[in-house]
Write a protein that binds this ligand. Structure first.
Ligand SMILES: C[S@@+](CC[C@H](N)C(=O)[O-])C[C@H]1O[C@@H](n2cnc3c(N)ncnc32)[C@H](O)[C@@H]1O
Length: 232
């Protein structure tokens, strides 16, 4: 993902009612944030938010939390949720309007800026029903393997916050990363419920599929999309 410093992005995040600024303070109390006891699902590495915003719109009885490491990326999702009022792409325009009193049009969605390595500081055991990983960064060098979001190190973190029947769903067009992800499962004590190497050619698995930004881009180039659903 191309990263650039976006003027005003920090302030936009701080002022957006969708963004939880101090997520560690809410650990164990996320249902209070949403004001209901609906299940909580995360997307880790949500990018500009196309997937999680659409998932939240389609599933009003589920609470969604998008996690993204970079404010310059997260702010794009905030912009989408504000109805695209602000133009950032080729200007230095800084957020100058109200966002604080904005009513949440997508009431079952919150966003946090976080490095997923800190997941267990933000979510208590059994607080999460499902985790989505979409087109995670491949980190191709072997010495960076533990930074890959489907690595055994991250699976151990997911294990801590998920309910016992919790699932992780992972999509990517990167075959090397997907093969690595499959190899990690027995090492971390997980089992695959579903594995496909060509999601878009499988009508049953495509039912209800929500495309991410990267999925749209890479499937349009003809790349097959791999997906797994795993549990313990
Ligand atoms: C290749 S992009 C994919 C974006 C989106 N999920 C999609 O499919 O279109 C991967 C995103 O994951 C984020 N990311 C990578 N490592 C992360 C981590 N440890 N914690 C949180 N976000 C992370 C990156 O900043 C980037 O925005």
């Amino acid at each position: 993902m191309r990263l650039r410093n976006i003027p005003g992005s920090e302030e936009a995040l701080y002022r957006s009612p969708y963004v939880i600024d101090e997520p560690k303070e809410v650990k164990g109390r996320w249902q209070e944030v949403f004001g209901n006891d609906h299940p909580i699902r995360l997307e880790i590495g949500m990018g500009k938010g196309q997937f999680i915003i659409e998932m939240a719109n389609r599933n009003p009885d589920v609470n969604f939390i998008g996690i993204e490491m970079y404010s310059s990326v997260l702010v794009r999702a905030v912009q989408k949720l504000s109805g695209g009022r602000h133009v950032w792409e080729d200007t230095d325009e800084v957020i100058a309007e109200e966002t604080t009193d904005e009513k949440l049009a997508v009431a079952n969605l919150r966003l946090i800026r976080l490095d997923a390595r800190e997941l267990c500081d933000v979510f208590a055991p059994y607080e999460v029903e499902k985790i989505y990983l979409n087109f995670s960064d491949p980190w191709p060098k072997d010495r960076h393997a533990k930074r890959r979001l489907p690595s055994k190190q991250f699976l151990a973190l997911y294990d801590k916050v998920l309910i016992p029947e919790g699932k992780v769903e992972f999509k990517t067009d990167n075959r090397d990363l997907f093969d690595f992800a499959i190899e990690q499962l027995p090492l971390a004590g997980w089992k695959a419920d579903v594995v496909t190497y060509d999601l878009h050619a499988d009508p049953a698995l495509m039912e209800g599929n929500v495309m991410t930004e990267y999925e749209q881009k890479f499937s349009a180039k003809g790349n097959p999309i791999c997906k797994y659903v795993i549990g313990r």
